[in-house]
Design a binder for this molecule. Structure first.
Ligand SMILES: [Zn+2]
Length: 441
């Protein structure tokens, strides 16, 4: 972070993709970072440059807001590659049957979340919604990595003991102020794993604490069947009955929703965190995103956890969302590139409730900024920045990343982390897990 009185950073010479209200793309544009905030984002010719500004040469680069991951479980990246190519309904059973999952120690959750946050930052993701068990440890890991995060401790009560005290302790620890880089939401797991009474209680708690609500919804066949057994005609209807739809709710997945439920999502302003790679990989299905957008539903993009993806790269996710959305809607014109870009930036920020602070390059917002290199041959020539970002750019093209004005990734390397030590720690965790369980070598 630049200290008070220290030089400001002038990002100059690049194509600036602002995602501001007019969706301006400025070539060349300039961005000035002063302390934790953006002091200027606009045409290069009008930038209020000072002699002592530190210049970052962005010629041959795109400058844009950091991406917003609307749904993941960063710590679980530790389990990537362990449940592959399973039939629908078997994937979750395989994942949860892994002996390792129950044996990860709290400090190892912290490590996993730190590692996952670093993966996301390296891929240009500067804000994320994370949820899970042992969230007090994951939250520390996310915080230490420097990423912006809304964290929620998972609540279930159907087949597991309810951990409401831990969820509320997390809310007390981090607060619910969207201006705080790390702050707290409420995380009921899903309609089938939470009783109707718990879903109603979460609505009341959201009112009392000001926390947003993050819930899985209509993710699997199995979930819908279980809900039918409880007398609900669908997962969205179940949330509606519990009063748990609304503009402060982010429902992840929404694969199995009918037109009436899509209308309920739209009418209530409920956000959908669309996770196309995860849905395709573990369920073999695609959510009806084009129908949602047509109905006016707000849709953000999520990678979901790395085991079902197998990474956390929102550039990949934009492409997957575009392609699967066209196939699912039988409409090659659906989900245009500019729309995909909005889902991964401004709309992600709106879903997380942080749009006053992040999601676009505008003076006064927090400096969550990324610089994307265009030197890969696959990016020649650059005719359409939105198309390049949605379909051709990869996380590995991200060269610089700032969060709150703190330069976290510089020339593709973390500035605040010893990567070799991080790798060694991951190896140590796995040696311990395998050793203690005598699992596969
Ligand atoms: Zn999830």
């Amino acid at each position: 972070m630049t200290d008070a009185g220290a030089a400001r950073l002038l990002l100059t010479g690049g194509v600036v993709v602002t995602l501001n209200a007019r969706r301006e793309i400025l070539a060349p544009g300039a961005v000035i970072i002063e302390g934790p905030r953006i002091a200027y984002a606009g045409p290069a010719g009008r930038a209020p440059v000072r002699d002592d500004d530190e210049r970052v040469d962005c010629r041959g680069h795109l400058v844009m807001p950091g991406l917003v991951n609307a749904h993941t479980h960063a710590a679980m990246g530790m389990f990537r590659g362990l449940a592959e190519d399973r039939p629908r309904d078997e994937w979750a059973r395989t994942m949860y049957a892994l002996p390792y999952l129950d044996h990860l120690r709290p400090d190892e959750y912290r490590h996993g979340a730190f590692l996952g946050a670093l993966e996301m930052l390296s891929n240009g993701i500067t804000a994320t919604a994370d949820r899970g068990s042992f969230m007090e440890f994951s939250a520390d890991g996310l915080d230490a990595a420097g990423i912006r995060a809304v964290v929620s401790h998972t609540l279930f009560d159907v087949d597991r003991p309810l951990e409401l005290d831990r969820a509320l302790a997390l809310v007390n620890r981090w607060g619910t102020d969207p201006a705080s880089r790390v702050h707290c939401g409420l995380g009921p797991h899903a309609p089938d794993t939470c009783s109707d009474a718990l879903l109603r209680r979460v609505r009341a708690l959201a009112g009392e604490t000001g926390a947003r609500v993050f819930v899985h919804c209509a993710q699997s066949d199995r979930e819908i069947a279980a809900l039918r057994g409880r007398g609900h005609r669908g997962a969205v209807r179940c949330l509606w009955d519990a009063g748990l739809l609304g503009a402060d709710v982010v429902a992840a997945h929404c694969v199995y929703v009918d037109d009436e439920e899509i209308q309920l999502l739209a009418d209530t302003g409920t956000w959908v965190a669309h996770c196309p790679a995860s849905n395709a990989k573990i369920e073999g299905r695609a959510a009806p995103v084009a129908s949602m957008l047509r109905a006016g539903v707000g849709v953000a993009l999520g990678t979901d956890w790395a085991p079902s993806n197998n990474g956390m790269d929102l550039f990949d996710e934009m492409k997957t969302a575009g392609l699967l959305g066209k196939v699912r809607s039988d409409d090659a014109a659906a989900l245009p590139a500019g729309r995909l870009l909005e889902m991964a930036t401004v709309d992600g920020a709106r879903a997380l409730g942080i749009d006053a602070h992040a999601g676009s390059l505008e003076a006064g917002k927090r400096a969550d900024v990324i610089v994307v290199a265009l030197d890969a041959l696959r990016l020649e020539p650059l005719h359409d920045p939105a198309a390049a970002l949605a379909y051709t750019v990869k996380g590995q093209d991200v060269r610089h990343v700032w969060v709150d004005g703190r330069w976290l990734i510089r020339d593709r390397r973390p500035t605040h982390v010893d990567v070799d030590a991080l790798r060694a720690e991951t190896e140590r965790v796995w040696r311990r897990l395998r050793g203690s369980l005598r699992g596969p070598a």
